[in-house]
Write a protein that binds this ligand. Structure first.
Ligand SMILES: Cc1cc2nc3c(=O)[nH]c(=O)nc-3n(C[C@H](O)[C@H](O)[C@H](O)COP(=O)(O)O)c2cc1C
Length: 186
């Protein structure tokens, strides 16, 4: 796929078919992810793959409770409060795979490094006909001691990018972009 098409055509996918994603297809995504730049070439990322729907259901439920308990007060969060309180809302949209990119806490720029790997992974997935969506709703819970233990992550790890992966049921609609705010100095 042409690079411009990949960058402009990738969309967050929230509706997946039941088709499983086979292991070679998942592994290919890591090959793309690890080509991301990282501070001092530290490559501090770990990829945790979850395919058990029972485990994903459990994390979704726990993450919703955690988010509701930690969401700041105020009407600007009413929409989130409503969806998080809906028992039918699944934060992973029943996607067949979750890939969590996490890093090692002590390293500086660990979040930036993992986020760059995440974008590479999402673009590669798009190029392979897979859909993805970064699930920020999972981050707070996965960053707790309980969340890390659920995935067998060491206590010092930093969960950065929970990304769901699967085959899209339909092409996602375009999402409007704002004009970039650019300041030319000198
Ligand atoms: C840090 C981050 C957190 C996000 N969290 C969620 C989320 O919890 N649930 C969700 O459905 N989409 C989530 N998204 C996807 C954004 O809503 C999406 O990227 C944005 O609306 C632009 O649409 P596009 O990805 O199709 O271009 C997240 C994206 C990022 C980068």
């Amino acid at each position: 796929m042409d690079l411009d098409d990949a960058i402009s055509g990738r969309r967050s996918t929230r509706d997946y078919t039941e088709q499983a994603v086979d292991e070679p297809s998942i592994r290919r995504l890591f090959d793309a992810a690890v080509h991301a730049p990282s501070a001092s070439n530290g490559q501090p990322w770990t990829f945790t793959v979850v395919r058990s729907q029972i485990l994903l259901d459990r994390i979704s439920d726990a993450a919703k409770v955690h988010m509701l308990a930690t969401l700041p007060a105020g009407p600007q969060f009413d929409r989130q409060r409503l969806s998080l309180g809906d028992p039918d809302f699944h934060i992973f949209y029943h996607a067949p795979v979750l890939i969590l990119i996490s890093g090692i806490a002590q390293r500086p720029w660990v979040v930036e490094d993992c986020a760059l790997a995440a974008e590479n992974l999402m673009l590669a997935a798009h190029g392979d006909g897979l859909g993805t969506c970064w699930i920020g709703y999972a981050q707070g819970y996965l960053n707790t001691a309980e969340g890390k233990a659920t995935l067998g992550l060491p206590p010092a790890s930093v969960p950065v990018a929970p990304i769901i992966v699967g085959y899209p049921r339909a092409k996602a609609a375009p999402v409007a972009r704002k004009e970039p705010e650019v300041r030319w100095i000198g």
